[in-house]
Design a protein around this ligand. Structure first.
Ligand SMILES: [Zn+2]
Length: 56
């Protein structure tokens, strides 16, 4: 099953932290209560990222 990887969410490929796009502040906000407010890891969204992700 494939689903759209919504562009308003991103996940860190290293620490698994998730952010959600905040429309009002036009900035990323932490989706979960755990983790650091910021990290410098790579996100799973970038210029070459496939918008369709596989989910099992
Ligand atoms: Zn990270």
């Amino acid at each position: 099953m494939a689903e759209l990887n919504r562009p308003d969410r991103r996940r860190c490929t290293q620490c698994g932290r998730e952010d959600e796009w905040n429309e009002s502040s036009h900035n990323w906000t932490i989706a979960g209560s755990e983790g650091r407010p910021f990290c410098l890891h790579e996100w799973d969204i970038n210029g070459t990222h496939n918008p369709i992700v596989e989910s099992e």
